[in-house]
Design a protein around this ligand. Structure first.
Ligand code: HEM
Length: 121
């Protein structure tokens, strides 16, 4: 059964462009992961302030394996660097160079119980 993992990122308005740029530069890192089925970066447009990082995986195990992989850890190294340096606990403060661009994050997990797509033909 596929699972959906959504990382919910709080992004200050002045950091939107920066965070989108960072994602654009790293999207390729997830594509070759085993069991990876899809990724979307969802920009809030109806007054919400949080981006959704939507990812879909063949199984929970595939997702877990990816988060423990070098590829994931390399892709998130900039944010992690800041934490190691002791600038808070995963809550950035919105500066542009290095360090986290997000002001906070929350992981939501789901099992896909029903789905549909457009009719073929
Ligand atoms: C659902 C799985 C994911 C989890 C649990 C996750 C985890 C995180 C966390 C906790 C942050 C916030 C770091 C911070 O600024 O404090 C973050 C930011 C980020 N993530 Fe992910 N992520 C996921 C998926 C992805 C994917 C698929 C990509 C690439 C396509 C990606 C690329 C990034 C980038 C570029 C940032 C901005 C980092 C920065 O502030 O420099 N993430 N992620």
């Amino acid at each position: 059964m596929s699972v959906v993992k959504i990382n919910v990122l709080t992004v200050n308005p002045e950091m939107r462009e920066e965070i989108e740029k960072r994602f654009a530069g790293r999207a390729g890192l997830v594509e070759s992961a085993e069991g990876f089925e899809g990724f979307e970066l969802l920009r809030p447009v109806e007054g919400q302030d949080r981006y959704l990082v939507y990812t879909k995986w063949r199984s929970e195990e595939d997702f877990q394996r990816w988060t423990q992989s070098q590829s994931f850890q390399r892709g998130h190294a900039e944010a992690a660097k800041d934490r190691e340096a002791g600038h808070g606990h995963g809550h950035g403060h919105g500066h542009g160079h290095g360090g986290p661009a997000a002001a906070g994050s929350e992981l939501w997990g789901f099992e896909v119980v029903q789905s549909a797509g457009p009719k073929q033909g």
